[in-house]
Design a protein around this ligand. Structure first.
Ligand code: EPU
Length: 338
C-alpha cells in the first residue's frame, strides 16, 4: 500500500505552495482505491488530483490520496462519433494531444489547460467558447462511503459555468475515476468565433483550419497571456467572471460604458473579472512573492515562496476593492483549503 508520512505537497499543486501531507498514498488502481477507503486507521482523507485548481493554506492533517489512475481507450463509435474513456489521472493536455493525433475533434479549444482529466468535470473546465459539457458523455465515480462505482450521465452532472454537482450536493462524497468523452471522427465542428482565435489564424494565414491549427492557435494565445505553472506558480483564473442580472448590469454599464461583457442565453450578463481587477489597479502588482499576473489580472501568482495564506489575503483584498469600486462580488473559482 505504501503509505508515506510527512510529504511536501509542493510538487503536487500548481501554485507551488509548500505544505505537508501527514500521510500520503499514490492511487494507481480501482481495487487499491477501494482498499484504501476501507482502512479504518485513516478516517480523514483528502483527494488530490492534478492540484491545478486549489490553494492550500495549511498542512493537511489527513491521508492525502493522489489519484494516479492511468489509461485512455476507445470504447465505441457510431457514424461520425467516437467514445473515449479516460482514467482520472491522465494529464488533460496530453489527452488533448492524443485525440489530435487520431484526428478526433472536440478538445482543440481546450488545449493546454493544466490539471488532470478526473477533475475536469468538477468545475466544467472551459476556454475559447467550449466547455467540457459540450464533449462530455458520462463519468464514473467511486462513492467514498460504500466504495461502489456509480455512473453519472451529463444530466446527472448538472453542469453550469465552472460548476457541477461535484461542487454542490455530491461534494466530498465521490472520487471521479474515469471520464467518457464523445468526440467527432470527421466533419469536426470548428469553433473559431472567439476573437483571439480568428486573429491568430489570420496571423498564420490559415483560411481552412484543421483541429490541429485551432489547438496551436489556442496554445499560442494561452502562452501569451497565462503563466506556465512550471515557471510561476498559479492556478489559472483565480476568480469566476461574475454573472449579474440585467438590472445590475444596466446600472454598471451606465457608469462604465467601456467595460467588456458577454450577454448570456438566459438574459443575464457576464462581466470579465480580469477587467474589474485591472481597473482597481492590481494588474502586475506584487506583494512579497504573492502577486497578480502582469498579462491577465484574473490570475494570482506565486513568485516562489508565497504561502497559501498570503495568496488568500491578496485575493480577499482584491475581492473587497472590487466590491467597493463596482458593487459587484467576484467569487473565487479555485478551491481554497483552509
Ligand atoms: N481583461 C482585462 N484585463 C485583464 C484580463 C482580461 O481587461 O487583465 C478583459 C479582456 O480585455 C477581455 C475580457 O477581459 O475583454 C476577457 O478576457 P479573456 O478573453 O482573457 O478571458 P477571461 O474572461 O479573463 C476566461 C476564462 C479562462 C479562459 C478564457 C478564454 C474564467 C474564469 N476564465 O477568462 O479560463 O482561458 O476565458 O476562454 O471564465 C481558467 O479557468 O483557469 C481560465 C484560464
Amino acid at each position: 500500500m505504501n503509505i508515506q508520512e510527512n510529504i511536501s505537497l509542493k510538487p503536487y499543486n500548481t501554485f507551488g505552495i509548500d505544505v505537508n501531507a501527514r500521510f500520503f498514498v499514490e492511487i494507481t488502481g480501482l481495487l487499491q482505491l477501494q482498499r484504501v477507503l476501507q482502512l479504518s486507521a485513516y478516517p480523514n482523507r483528502f483527494i488530490l488530483s492534478g492540484g491545478s485548481n486549489m490553494l492550500l493554506t495549511k498542512d493537511i492533517e489527513a491521508l492525502v490520496m493522489h489519484i494516479n489512475l492511468k489509461g485512455i481507450s476507445k470504447i465505441g463509435e457510431q457514424d461520425n462519433e467516437v467514445f473515449i474513456k479516460v482514467m482520472a489521472g491522465e494529464n488533460w493536455h496530453e489527452l488533448v494531444l492524443w485525440t489530435l493525433e487520431r484526428n478526433y475533434g472536440g478538445l482543440e479549444n481546450l488545449s493546454l489547460i493544466p490539471g488532470n482529466t478526473g477533475t475536469a468535470p468538477i468545475q466544467n473546465i472551459g476556454a475559447y467558447g467550449v466547455e467540457l459539457k459540450d464533449v462530455f458523455e458520462s463519468c464514473e465515480a467511486m462513492h467514498i462511503a460504500t466504495q461502489e462505482l456509480k455512473e453519472f450521465s451529463k444530466e446527472d452532472c448538472q453542469f453550469g459555468y465552472r460548476d457541477s454537482i461535484f461542487k454542490n450536493s455530491a461534494k466530498g462524497k465521490y472520487i471521479i475515476t474515469s471520464v467518457t468523452l464523445r468526440l467527432t471522427k470527421a466533419e469536426h465542428k470548428l469553433l473559431t468565433f472567439y476573437g483571439a482565435i480568428e486573429e491568430e489564424l489570420k496571423h498564420e494565414h490559415i483560411v481552412h483550419p484543421t483541429i490541429i491549427d485551432i489547438s496551436k492557435a489556442v496554445v499560442t494565445i494561452r502562452k501569451s497571456k497565462l503563466p506556465d505553472p512550471k515557471e510561476i506558480g498559479n492556478s489559472g483564473s483565480f476568480f469566476k467572471n461574475p454573472v449579474v442580472s440585467k438590472k445590475t448590469f444596466d446600472a454598471f454599464r451606465k457608469k462604465n460604458p467601456n467595460a467588456p461583457f458577454y450577454e448570456m442565453e438566459n438574459g443575464s450578463y457576464k462581466i470579465p473579472a480580469g477587467w474589474l481587477i485591472e481597473q482597481c489597479g492590481f494588474k502586475g502588482k506584487r506583494f512579497g512573492d504573492a502577486g497578480v499576473h502582469e498579462k491577465q489580472a484574473l490570475v494570482l501568482v506565486n513568485y516562489g515562496t508565497a504561502t497559501g495564506v498570503e495568496i488568500f489575503d491578496l485575493a480577499m483584498r482584491i475581492q473587497k476593492t472590487v466590491k467597493e469600486t463596482f458593487n459587484i462580488v467576484i467569487a473565487p473559482e479555485v478551491n481554497i483549503i483552509r
